[in-house]
Ligand binder design. Structure first.
Ligand code: HEC
Ligand code: HEC
Ligand code: HEC
Ligand code: HEC
Ligand code: HEC
Ligand code: HEC
Ligand code: HEC
Ligand code: HEC
Ligand code: HEC
Ligand code: HEC
Length: 288
């Protein structure tokens, strides 16, 4: 009876610290050694162990992700069943037992899945915030592997990606999509129209390559040329208009002796300024 009088307030304190909520189920055995992990960053996220419905947490247990880990329990020198690592797909099937929704529906056919870039390559689970889901820090996570895109922002013309003003996942669905390169729009053009709606038209006079595919003329990430262009003018236009009447003549420096600076080297768009299409009469040749 006497001992009980001491035990009751102790148990109250125990309740106050939320211990019972943490110590249920198979995960109790992990907490003996990994309490700090359970109370760390993950406790601020939906995967935290808190069973309190008010916390908004799903009550995902350590063993739901890391496996029952019997060998590790008896000898911590042995690794747990699943450790997860960047650039590996180990353990992915655990994530996919719960994550079957719309957001992940293209995963099985995605480039990342094919290259065994598993969930933990992008997602940090134990930190209080997940950098890949934050506009300011996503660039760092993706370009840790995609070095070419990291260098992109050093080029003369580039989408402002480094600070997340435009982020990778504005254009790429992170878990894959229907289109090539898993774009967020059903087509490349639709992806661009999300922000450049004024290029969509319809125009009275439409320039066929614009309606067809922006990437006839533009690179998506960056370019050493102006305006993300694939090539400098006039070469850009002459990829297709080599056979048209005046350009060949205008730009033949042999005929012009390379001296007439009003014509030679002049951008086609100095005159054809409405290259994306227009509604004026002169727009039939995209000049206004
Ligand atoms: C007897 C103490 C003990 C128990 C119980 C225990 N662990 Fe561990 N665990 C350790 C030690 C020690 C390490 C190695 C040091 C470290 O990385 O913290 C470790 C490491 C880990 C690692 C990192 C492994 C790595 O190499 O990256 C994971 C994941 C892990 N434990 C999960 C669990 C899970 C899940 C449980 C419950 C099923 C559990 N542990 C139970 C002591 C324990
Ligand atoms: C939603 C899945 C998930 C849950 C739940 C989870 N982990 Fe992890 N754990 C991971 C992943 C993924 C990593 C790899 C590093 C990272 O992404 O943060 C990891 C890494 C670890 C590590 C090694 C790195 C570190 O941060 O020290 C330990 C130890 C660990 N987990 C223990 C636990 C324990 C204990 C629990 C339960 C409180 C737990 N994990 C719950 C997915 C999970
Ligand atoms: C036992 C079920 C379960 C497992 C296993 C699980 N999750 Fe979750 N996860 C959830 C639930 C429930 C939510 C909240 C609802 C939602 O967003 O789908 C969630 C949310 C998330 C979120 C969005 C919220 C946040 O905090 O970032 C991400 C990202 C995520 N999980 C990734 C993972 C990854 C990666 C793994 C494997 C390492 C994993 N999950 C394993 C159940 C689980
Ligand atoms: C290439 C990096 C990358 C990989 C790999 C990845 N994710 Fe994600 N995930 C993201 C990003 C970025 C977001 C934030 C949503 C966005 O920006 O569209 C996200 C969001 C989520 C969400 C929240 C979705 C929502 O809309 O509520 C869940 C759940 C999730 N991921 C689970 C997973 C699982 C499970 C895997 C492995 C099968 C995985 N992710 C692999 C980058 C990735
Ligand atoms: C752990 C490394 C890693 C991380 C992190 C990563 N990727 Fe990837 N990504 C790859 C690999 C490997 C491929 C397979 C094709 C290749 O080798 O380029 C790939 C392919 C792609 C492709 C498809 C390329 C194609 O040819 O169709 C896109 C788009 C892409 N990643 C975007 C992203 C975005 C956006 C993020 C961040 C949200 C990201 N990646 C994070 C490694 C990574
Ligand atoms: C403005 C939209 C946009 C943004 C922002 C964007 N991409 Fe892309 N990305 C594209 C388009 C469009 C393609 C080419 C699609 C095609 O033609 O196959 C592409 C192609 C790719 C490819 C495959 C082609 C290659 O060059 O190997 C990778 C990998 C890639 N992007 C990664 C990234 C990463 C990482 C980020 C963020 C740093 C990013 N992208 C930001 C639109 C974008
Ligand atoms: C998430 C919004 C977003 C999407 C999607 C997007 N852009 Fe942009 N784009 C921007 C922003 C922001 C700028 C910078 C505008 C500025 O600096 O005034 C920009 C600038 C440009 C420029 C001018 C670059 C320069 O150096 O002047 C071109 C060309 C361009 N985008 C083409 C595209 C193409 C092609 C696509 C589709 C592959 C696309 N954009 C998708 C937001 C977007
Ligand atoms: C026939 C080649 C061509 C095609 C195709 C093309 N553009 Fe352009 N774009 C240009 C040229 C040339 C410039 C630079 C001269 C100028 O400012 O008009 C430019 C400039 C831009 C600019 C920056 C200046 C501005 O007008 O806002 C944006 C944004 C842009 N293009 C978006 C797009 C989008 C989105 C598509 C696809 C719907 C597209 N472009 C298709 C040739 C093209
Ligand atoms: C990918 C191929 C392609 C590129 C690159 C291209 N065009 Fe075109 N352009 C076309 C096609 C196709 C038509 C419509 C066919 C036609 O009427 O001859 C057209 C039509 C035109 C017309 C109207 C022709 C007419 O007879 O009404 C002008 C002017 C024009 N383009 C200028 C340019 C300029 C300036 C550039 C460079 C900024 C350019 N184009 C780049 C394919 C292209
Ligand atoms: C000095 C102004 C000027 C420059 C520079 C210029 N154009 Fe033109 N272009 C015109 C005018 C004016 C017309 C309309 C002629 C007509 O209506 O008969 C025209 C018509 C066209 C046409 C439609 C008729 C045809 O010849 O097929 C095409 C295509 C064309 N230009 C392409 C180009 C390309 C490509 C360049 C750059 C290599 C270029 N233009 C540079 C003024 C110019």
């Amino acid at each position: 009876m006497k001992t009980l009088r001491y035990l009751i307030p102790l148990f109250g304190l125990y309740l106050l610290l939320g211990e019972p909520a943490l110590a249920q189920g198979p995960d109790a055995s992990c907490l003996g050694c990994h309490r700090a992990v359970a109370q760390g960053g993950i406790s601020h996220r939906v995967h935290g162990l808190g069973a309190d419905p008010q916390s908004g947490q799903a009550g995902v247990g350590c063993t739901d992700c890391h496996g029952a880990s019997q060998a590790h329990l008896t000898n911590p020198g042995q690794p747990p069943d699943i450790r997860f690592a960047r650039g590996q797909s180990d353990g992915e099937e655990k994530c996919l037992t719960c994550h079957t929704g719309e957001a992940i529906s293209h995963w099985a056919f995605s480039e990342h899945s094919a290259a065994q870039v598993g969930c933990a390559s992008c997602h940090a689970i134990h930190s209080a915030i997940d950098p890949v889901q934050e506009r300011q820090s996503q660039f760092e996570v993706c370009t840790d592997c995609h070095q070419r895109e990291k260098m992109a922002v050093m080029k003369f013309s580039h989408h402002p990606m480094a600070d997340g003003q435009v982020q990778c996942t504005d254009c790429h669905a992170p878990h894959g999509g229907n289109s090539l390169s898993g774009l967020t729009g059903p087509t490349l053009n639709d992806t661009c129209y999300q922000c450049h709606a004024e290029k969509r038209g319809p125009f009275l006079f439409e320039h066929e390559p614009v309606q067809d595919d922006c990437s006839h003329c533009h690179l998506p990430h960056a370019s050493v040329n102006d305006s993300l262009l694939k090539a400098r003018e006039p070469f850009l236009c002459q990829q297709c208009h080599i056979a048209s009447r005046h350009p060949g003549r205008l730009y033949d420096s042999n005929q012009l002796g390379g001296r007439d600076i009003n014509i030679v080297g002049q951008s086609c768009t100095n005159c054809h300024s409405q290259v994306h299409g227009g509604n004026q009469p002169a727009s039939s040749t995209f000049r206004r």
